[in-house]
Design a protein around this ligand. Structure first.
Ligand SMILES: [Zn+2]
Length: 277
């Protein structure tokens, strides 16, 4: 049994503030240690549950946050960026039986600690076939195309609630309770590690590959906080102008949808001006 862990940082133990997840800051240095502790707890739990292999895919920012030297020696880690499936890279080779979303968070325009969808602020909402979508829902659709079930979700309490929609059976661990976008009641790493390890062990039982799901076509609608960003997004082939500050596009597969999404967010990031957004 092979488990892939998609490891994001905003939903990690103790993390509530932008500097906590911004590489290079003193707070990030401290929080990456708690992030590593969450991920390692999942690794231990999956091995407890019978996994033979665990691959961790770094999924936050520059994708260079975890402390490799603190991980259980049986795990392997994919670190660094520019990967064709980004947050769920590694799921496409036909050998993964289950995926864990560790350190996840809620989507742009919703409540939740450090809520966003890929871009920090400029993207104010994403809808997939009319349903509001965060990174969890989007990536759940991507991995479903490879027949891989989501077997564990960790993050704040609202992330766990959100995951009921896309991974109802997966065990969920709330490492903190949301108070505002930048505040949460946090549990200590020793407590969250124990909870994550137990949940991962339980989740391992769900790691059974199924038939790939072909759920398309997928229409993605994106709303930006400024009109010029929506205009910039239409540079990407197939992306059409929608209602004010919105664009939309339709893809036959989620693989194509997420890759177009990546192209849009890259173009939009380049169109951002430092002071005016
Ligand atoms: Zn994220």
């Amino acid at each position: 049994m092979k488990i892939l862990i998609s490891a994001d940082m905003e939903g990690a133990t103790g993390v509530t503030w932008p500097a906590d997840v911004l590489p290079g800051t003193a707070q990030w240095e401290r929080c990456r240690s708690m992030f590593t502790s969450d991920v390692n707890a999942a690794v231990l739990g999956f091995f407890d549950g019978g996994a033979d292999e665990v691959l961790i895919n770094e999924a936050h920012w520059s994708m260079r946050n975890l402390l490799l030297e603190r991980l259980d020696e049986r795990a392997e880690m994919l670190t660094g960026k520019h990967k064709s499936l980004s947050m769920v890279e590694g799921v496409q080779h036909g050998d993964v039986d289950g995926i864990a979303f560790v350190g996840y968070h809620t989507g742009a325009g919703t409540e939740g600690v450090l809520a966003h969808t890929y871009l920090a602020n400029s993207l104010t909402g994403v809808w997939l076939n009319g349903e509001r979508a965060g990174e969890g829902l989007l990536n759940a659709h991507v991995v479903a195309e490879y027949g891989v079930p989501v077997v564990l979700v960790t993050g704040d309490d609202l992330t766990c609630e959100d995951a009921l929609g896309y991974a109802p059976e997966a065990p969920k661990v709330a490492v903190k309770d949301h108070v505002s976008r930048y505040a949460a009641v946090c549990r200590t790493p020793s407590r969250t590690s124990a909870a994550i390890r137990a949940a991962a062990k339980e989740g391992a039982a769900l790691a059974v590959r199924h038939e790939p799901v072909r759920g398309g076509p997928f229409t993605m609608e994106l709303e930006f906080d400024a009109a010029h960003l929506a205009a910039a997004a239409t540079v990407v082939p197939g992306v059409r102008t929608g209602e004010e500050r919105r664009v939309a596009y339709t893809s036959e597969t989620m693989y194509d949808a997420i890759r177009t999404f990546k192209a849009v967010t890259t173009i939009v990031s380049a169109a951002l001006e430092e002071q005016y957004g």
